[in-house]
Each structure stands twice: as structure tokens, then as C-alpha cells.
Write a protein that binds this ligand. Structure first.
Ligand code: PEP
Ligand code: MN
Length: 267
């Protein structure tokens, strides 16, 4: 179902909120931005207003965070949801957040516009099955060590359930190289665009682990044919409760947007 040969045109996903209409897919360059995790109301609302003014299409924010250590900040959970909803009410921008557990679907369903399946859950097949039954878009990140075939087959689970709104997201894979957090598989972006009709985004933040590399890698992603990027932005990355090292501050985010505008029309 993900294969290009079985469809006459590439999938374009439309997301509507009272304040905006966002498209993801062929011909659009969609920018998703926000902090790794929602940390508190005031910072999130302030950042959301800034991102709206900077031309972002969708707000990200982690509520349920998959952390390597159980002692790290694991997100505000349900409490943070009201903060995200308030940010959408103010900016009109649709919301994306990660869902780790099918039991959270009821809590999140009415409020969230796009569900993110994180790298660590790419093969959580019961979660994929459930997301196949809903009629909201799902952004499926490539697993830490997943082959392209495994990634496309994971997408197939969602599609098979009847949900055609699947967005693929390359976020780097594990290699022998520790200097970057992951290794962005840029070839995979071009290949999956060739094999599948589904939109493909790139997450240069998790792919590199270093904010200095986010802009050049985002440019490479767009040049390789990605339909947009999802990046982590924080008002004060040094104080971020998660992923500060890979988060752009506001100034650097504006610089990235300028660079990307040279490569694609972002509207
Ligand atoms: C995230 O986007 O917040 C995240 C945890 O990413 P990944 O699943 O790609 O590690
Ligand atoms: Mn993160």
C-alpha cells in the first residue's frame, strides 16, 4: 500500500485547524518546530508565538518522552496537553506529539492533530494497528536500527488498517560513528521518495545531536527531496530539560529558515 506503483499520484496530507491549513507532501516544504519536550506553559506559549511569526506550519512538543534513563525528565504527560492546546488556540498551528502507549490515545485523540510514532516504537505493532484505525495523520519515524524495508513495512501496518495519512520521517540511524548522535541516511530519503507515494520528512535534530549541524543537514534533506523538516527549538537550549545540545535557539532558527527559503518555497 505504501508503494508508488500502486497509486497514480503522490499522497498529500491536509491538516486543518480553525486557524490554518497545512499540507504535507509533494510540492510543499513543511516546517515542524518546537521543543523536544513541553516544559512549562509560559515558555511554550512564547515559543509557539515566535514560531508562528517565523513561518512554521506545525508545532511539536513532547508530552510522553521515551528516555533512555528512567531518571531523566520524561515529560509533563497529560498536564502538558492543555498547554499545547492553548498554543494552538493562540497561533492556529496544528499540534504533533509522540504517542508511546495505545492507552494514551483516548487522552490525546481530540486535542492532537498528528500522532508521532518515535524511533523506539517503530515496530510497536499493537500501537501501529491502533493508529491504523484512526483518521488522523501519523508521522512514523524510522527505527534506530531499522532497514528501509522494515520502516516501510511498519508504515504498511497503519495503511492496512485503513489510515492512509502516513508521513515517514528519517531521523538518522545508529552507526559506528559516535561524534554525531545518529547518522542521517540521506540516501534513504531519495530512495523512499522513489519507492513510495508517502510524504517524507527529515529530523535533522535527532539525526545529528548537535545544533550546529541542524541547518546544513536540513538543507541537504530538502535538496535530496524531503517534503520538509522537523526541528527542535528551545528559547534557552542550555537550560533545556532534554536535547538542549541539538536544539536551535530562536536566532539560529531564523537563520535556518532563511537558508531553507533559498532552496524551497515555504509558504
Ligand atoms: C522526538 O522527536 O522527540 C524523539 C524522541 O525522536 P526519536 O523518536 O526520533 O528519537
Ligand atoms: Mn528530542
Amino acid at each position: 500500500l505504501a508503494a508508488k506503483e500502486n497509486k497514480d499520484k503522490n499522497t498529500i496530507i491536509e491538516i486543518n485547524t480553525p486557524g490554518s491549513r497545512v499540507y504535507i507532501g509533494e510540492g510543499y516544504c513543511t516546517i515542524i518546530a518546537g521543543p523536544c519536550a513541553v516544559e512549562n506553559r509560559d515558555d511554550y506559549i512564547k515559543l509557539a508565538k515566535f514560531l508562528k511569526s517565523a513561518g512554521v506550519h506545525m508545532l511539536r512538543g513532547g508530552l510522553f518522552k521515551p528516555r533512555t534513563s528512567p531518571y531523566s525528565f520524561r515529560g509533563l504527560g497529560r498536564e502538558g496537553l492543555d498547554i499545547m492546546v492553548e498554543a494552538r488556540d493562540i497561533t492556529g498551528l496544528p499540534l504533533i506529539t509522540e504517542i508511546m502507549d495505545v492507552r494514551d490515545l483516548d487522552i490525546l485523540y481530540d486535542s492532537i492533530d498528528v500522532f508521532q510514532v518515535g524511533s523506539r516504537n517503530m515496530q510497536n505493532f499493537t500501537l501501529l494497528d491502533e493508529l491504523g484505525k484512526i483518521d488522523k495523520p501519523v508521522l512514523l519515524k524510522r527505527g534506530l536500527s531499522a532497514t528501509i524495508e522494515e520502516w516501510l513495512l511498519a508504515a504498511e501496518y497503519i495503511l492496512k488498517g485503513g489510515n492512509e495519512k502516513v508521513i515517514l520521517c528519517e531521523r538518522g540511524i545508529r552507526t559506528f560513528e559516535p561524534y554525531t548522535r545518529n547518522t542521517l541516511d540521506i540516501g534513504a530519503v531519495a530512495l523512499v521518495k522513489h519507492l513510495s507515494h508517502l510524504p517524507v520528512l527529515v529530523d535533522p535534530s535527532h539525526a545529528t545531536g548537535k545544533w550546529e549541524l541542524v541547518t546544513p543537514v536540513a538543507k541537504a534533506a530538502i535538496a535530496a527531496g524531503a517534503d520538509g523538516v522537523m526541528v527542535e527549538v528551545h528559547q534557552d537550549p542550555d537550560r533545556a530539560l532534554s536535547d538542549g545540545k541539538q536544539s536551535l535557539n530562536m536566532d539560529n532558527f531564523l537563520r535556518m529558515m532563511k537558508e531553507l527559503q533559498k532552496l524551497a518555497t515555504i509558504e
